[in-house]
Design a protein around this ligand. Structure first.
Ligand SMILES: NC(=O)c1ccc[n+]([C@@H]2O[C@H](COP(=O)([O-])OP(=O)(O)OC[C@H]3O[C@@H](n4cnc5c(N)ncnc54)[C@H](OP(=O)(O)O)[C@@H]3O)[C@@H](O)[C@H]2O)c1
Length: 261
């Protein structure tokens, strides 16, 4: 199976790496309008097509990873050659209906990945156009699972997914930064404090995933009566920590909806 990747930026390069683990590097053909990006793809061992039309001819599946504003130009160029190829888009906020209009096919797949794709750990919402068969859905899901974890989702939930998973890394980074600065405030050098914060967060995620249960059960387990943790938790409750996070996600989701128009 040959996969064409249009755009070799953050997402294109990450998806090229991911799918190459399934189909082999030689079967992932790339193209980017920017010569420096084409050189980068070549340097990483991916074939680079001379132009978009050639890339389309040579591929059975196309992953389009350009900015939403560039989608029209891409599809105007390749539309005639798409035929029965499946077109996968990672463009944020661009729905299946628009993808069908732009590409002229209903064999489209909409993905919403997050930046964690750069380390092969993307959290990806996926929705299929009606022209994709059940068997193809399974094969495509298997292919894309090499880039991260897939969450089949109806399109009306993409905005909140964008807020939790798409913007989520920025929120989690802010929390890690706050933990790290707390250490600095009390006298631990920044780099060391950041490392302590990072290991604490990473270990906590691993603990929860490995041992199961839900977060509130673990909160009870680490909170001894009259102890230190409950003092801190009380402050989080007083300042409305969970409410702040929920409002943050809701507002982000609303903004995603507004940007779609
Ligand atoms: N980055 C994220 O965290 C993230 C998360 C979710 C979804 N997405 C989506 O992923 C898509 C790509 O984002 P990105 O961050 O990977 O962008 P990016 O790093 O800018 O990569 C896009 C690449 O496509 C190239 N390009 C533009 N027009 C082209 C054309 N006609 N043919 C071939 N290549 C072309 C761009 O070149 P120029 O720079 O020269 O224009 C650029 O190198 C966007 O639609 C975005 O909404 C991104």
């Amino acid at each position: 199976m040959r996969v064409g990747v249009v755009g070799f930026g953050n997402m294109g390069s990450a998806f090229a790496e991911g799918v190459s683990r399934k189909v082999g590097r030689e079967n992932v053909i790339t193209f980017d309008i920017d010569p420096a990006r084409r050189d980068l793809a070549l340097g990483r061992g991916f074939p680079v097509a001379s132009d978009l039309k050639f890339l389309t001819e040579e591929s059975q599946i196309l992953i389009v990873a350009v900015k939403p504003k560039d989608l029209k130009a891409v599809f105007d160029t390749i539309k005639e050659g798409i035929g029965d190829r499946v077109v996968i888009s990672v463009a944020a906020g661009v729905d299946i209906r628009t993808l069908k209009e732009l590409s002229g096919t209903d064999r489209v797949v909409r993905l919403m990945p997050n930046i964690n794709a750069l380390v092969g750990r993307a959290v990806i919402a996926i929705s299929f156009g009606e022209g994709v068969s059940e068997e193809e859905k399974d094969k495509l899901s298997d292919l894309l699972s090499a880039c991260g974890k897939l969450y089949p989702l109806s399109e009306d939930l993409f905005d909140v997914f964008t807020a939790i998973a798409g913007s989520g890394p920025a929120f989690v980074m802010s929390f890690i930064e706050a933990l790290a600065l707390s250490g600095v405030l009390e006298g631990i050098p920044y780099e060391r404090s950041l490392d302590i914060a990072l290991e604490t967060v990473a270990g906590t995620v691993e603990l929860l995933k490995e041992k199961g249960g839900n977060p509130s059960e673990w909160v009870v387990r680490v909170t001894s009566p009259g102890g230190t943790t409950i003092e801190g938790l009380k402050v989080l409750e007083e300042k409305g920590f969970k409410g702040i996070v929920m409002e943050c996600v809701r507002r982000t989701s609303e903004k995603a909806r507004k940007l779609r128009g």
